[in-house]
Design a protein around this ligand. Structure first.
Ligand SMILES: Cc1ncc(COP(=O)(O)O)c(C=O)c1O
Length: 314
């Protein structure tokens, strides 16, 4: 999808590691060209795949979802491109500019309380009232396969990658990436990157069953969801480990993205760069042989006011 990619740095202890990056901030899908708009996250891949795989009858009443923002905007855009209505349930604490994105694409925004129970209840009500089809943000085969194109393109551009680091929340992105990457190169290492304040995937991997958190606390507003019954088995069996990082490390990584790459990367994406720079990765003996590390910088929807405030607090 025409992202930028290249080598950004060699990392201290691993003199041999070439750190590569793949940024997909303006997906170049043929159907998005007319709209002339940068959606700002990988989520459009899965949303387009899901919306365009509905038959005419299924699509009649539109699509609906609950999401912290990026998937909602992607679904609104995909629905607009297909010419069908969309209904997006967003937590009332979602960043304003993410809500604006959804509205810009013609989506109908319905606010709910910022917890999973309220999100699910409100979405159920919307589905009953509208007859729309639910398109989950990650726990959905169409979404997983759409997100998997990230790995196909990354490995196509940089075939020598031996490790991929991927932000994880509901697990749609990393599931698609792990399946696609390991089907091309079964020995490739796929690692999740997660904020310490929403470390349900790390806890799930450690305990061997899905852990959901009643509360999360992180600047990475896109990474507060939990694994589902489709994504969990894929994460359990194909993801080689989860690296957790603090919000301070995420903010530092965002800063590096600006200073070194000249890129606007949101916290939920910078988490992957933070993971690579962390001792949890560099000091892990199991991963010492990682040489060519690909980092999925998954979105650029940054609330600049919030970012400046965070940087000033450091
Ligand atoms: C920018 C960004 N990166 C990564 C993710 C994680 O994706 P997934 O929920 O498929 O794990 C999200 C989810 O919203 C996101 O917004």
């Amino acid at each position: 999808m025409g992202g930028q990619s290249g080598v950004i740095a060699d990392f201290s202890r691993f003199e041999e590691i070439t750190l590569t990056y793949n940024v997909d901030l303006m997906p170049n899908h043929p159907q998005t060209e007319d709209c002339g708009d940068g959606h700002g996250a990988f989520k459009l891949r899965g949303a387009l795949n899901a919306v365009f795989s509905l038959d005419e009858k299924q699509a009649t009443n539109g699509v609906a979802t609950h999401s912290s923002g990026n998937h909602a905007a992607a679904l609104a855009l995909a629905a607009k491109l297909r010419g069908i209505p969309s209904y997006l349930v967003l937590p009332n604490n979602a960043p304003q500019f993410k809500m604006d994105n959804v509205k810009r694409y013609g989506g109908n925004v319905i606010l709910c309380d910022p917890n999973m129970k309220s999100r699910e209840e409100t979405a159920r009500k919307v589905l009953n009232e509208t007859g729309a089809v639910l398109v989950p943000s990650s726990n959905d085969a169409r979404i997983i396969s759409g997100q998997g194109t990230v790995a196909l393109e990354f490995l196509d551009e940089v075939p020598e990658l031996d490790t991929l680091i991927v932000p994880i929340s509901g697990g749609g992105l990393i599931s698609g990436v792990a399946i696609a990457a390991k089907s091309i190169n079964p020995t490739i290492r796929v690692l999740g990157a997660e904020p310490k304040g929403a470390d349900d995937a790390a806890q799930s991997k450690a305990s061997g069953s899905v852990i959901t958190l009643s509360q999360t606390n992180t600047i990475a507003d896109g990474l507060r969801a939990s694994l589902g019954d489709l994504t969990w088995p894929i994460v359990r069996d194909f993801v080689d480990g989860i690296i957790t990082v603090s919000d301070i490390e995420i903010i530092q990584a965002m800063r590096s993205c600006y200073e070194i790459l000249k890129l606007a990367v949101e916290p939920s994406a910078a988490v992957a760069l933070a993971a690579v720079m962390s001792e949890n990765f560099k000091g892990n003996p199991d991963w010492k042989d990682s040489r060519n590390v690909g980092i999925v910088l998954s979105g650029g929807n940054v609330d600049l006011r919030y970012l400046w405030e965070s940087l000033n607090k450091m």
